[in-house]
Design a protein. Structure first.
Lengths: 174, 235
């Protein structure tokens, strides 16, 4: 059987996929609190922006994060359209190394102008040793690895996504 | 021993990232080659929504947000089956939909198309597939709407769909179209799909799903990425 072709998420997904975040009167099934930060002292914050090929912030992207490190299975979704700086924000527990892989999160990116979603991963800047042994990071040309590593600033990790350009984020064929 | 490897996107039916006729792709399509990843626990699992309480009317867009009456427009039923490339049904998976109202207007705040909003129609819904992979929505047929891609550009009638499947390789966001729509021949979003894949995005009128004196039925099946079983790599 042939795969159903993908089509863009378009500009108007908010009231269907993230209604509470965008203040529509409809219940959200999922949001950006993969864990409630008030319940977890050790929760981390992931924050970032998405940039297009002209360096312009993208205010109509939707980001999903999937975490399965053998200990926790967590999922979050957030649109870049409700923050004045078009940021996405997620709250989760820091993943642990598992099966020889460095701690990481799987990221799925959707937006108007993308006919198929993009996959990437978030690694962590304070896991230098684990990162150096990670099979997936080692597949990536050395000069591009930094695009997959979130920068630690306190309990917050900053991860920007560049769709194009010299710093284009590494996207995976998974 | 063997292991399961999920298939990649089938480039014979999937659109390319860059399709300049659809102008927004020009600065948003990745330009560097994708890095092929060996699938691990992260890729071979995904969110399970069984625990979420999908509301009893969430699958019925004609009822799930009414304020003071019924939504205006032609009631329709959209149903079908979710499968994978191996032909196996995918039970208990979440499907989310969103669409314009019958006048071609989205509730979304950035939609400035001068067509009326419908106080009784948000245009969003969701359901889980049943144990055989089947799903069913009740809704209002969406109208066509203009967009700014080029002079006199109109999107064909369509419903947006989001599916999860069994793991994150299965994730699919797409649009369902209606049979015989003359706008399909002019729509760069639809036409970005290789010819071989286009008919897969057009629903079929289904008299057997049509409810007498109530609503027309349309059938739309989904095929998510399947898998191959390969002998275990010996190290
Ligand atoms: Fe649309």
């Amino acid at each position: 059987m042939l795969q159903t072709p993908s089509q863009t998420v378009g500009p108007y997904f908010a009231y269907g996929l993230a209604p509470e975040q965008y203040l529509y009167d409809f219940k959200s099934l999922v949001g950006n609190e993969m864990v409630n930060p008030l319940d977890h002292e050790d929760a981390i914050t992931i924050v970032g922006k998405v940039f297009d090929g002209q360096g312009v912030m993208i205010p109509d992207a939707m980001i999903e994060i999937w975490q399965n490190d053998g200990q926790h299975q967590l999922f979050g979704r957030f649109g870049t359209g409700t923050d004045v700086e078009s940021r996405f924000v997620f709250y989760t527990l820091k993943p642990v190394a598992f099966n020889g892989q460095a701690p990481h999160l799987s990221v799925i990116i959707f937006m108007r102008g993308q006919q198929i979603h993009s996959y990437t991963r978030i690694y962590f800047s304070d896991e230098v040793e684990e990162n150096s042994k990670d099979e997936v990071l080692n597949l990536v040309p050395e000069g591009r690895r930094h695009t997959l590593i979130a920068k630690k600033k306190g309990s917050t990790y900053e991860f920007n996504i560049y769709m194009q350009g010299d710093n284009e984020t590494v996207f995976f064929d998974i | 021993m063997s292991q399961i490897i999920y298939n990649s996107f089938d480039r014979e039916v999937q659109p390319a990232y860059l399709t300049p006729e659809y102008k927004s792709t020009i600065y948003r399509a990745p330009q560097k080659p994708l890095v092929l990843l060996k699938q691990s626990l992260s890729e071979l699992t995904g969110p399970v929504f069984g625990d979420f309480n999908v509301g009893p009317l969430d699958h019925d867009l004609t009822k799930n947000t009414v304020k003071n009456g019924e939504p205006i427009g032609e009631r329709i039923i959209v149903h079908g089956k979710v499968m994978n490339e191996n032909g196996l049904p995918i039970p208990n998976t979440l499907i989310e939909i969103w669409q314009a109202n019958s006048a071609g207007r989205y509730v979304h705040k950035v939609d400035q198309h001068e067509a009326p909003l419908d106080p009784n129609f948000l245009g969003a819904g969701r359901c889980m597939t049943d144990t055989n992979g089947n799903y069913k929505f009740y809704t209002i047929k969406p109208g066509a709407y203009p967009w700014g891609n080029h002079y006199n550009a109109w999107r064909p009638n369509h419903i947006h769909f989001s599916l999860f499947g069994v793991n994150i390789t299965n994730r699919l966001v797409t649009q369902m179209y209606f049979p015989g729509d003359p706008l399909l021949a002019y729509d760069p979003v639809f036409l970005s799909v290789p010819e071989k894949g286009r008919e897969l995005l057009v629903s079929k009128f289904d008299l057997s799903a049509t409810e007498p004196s109530f609503a027309l039925g349309y059938r739309f099946d989904f095929v998510l990425r399947g898998y191959k079983q390969t002998p275990f790599e010996t190290l």
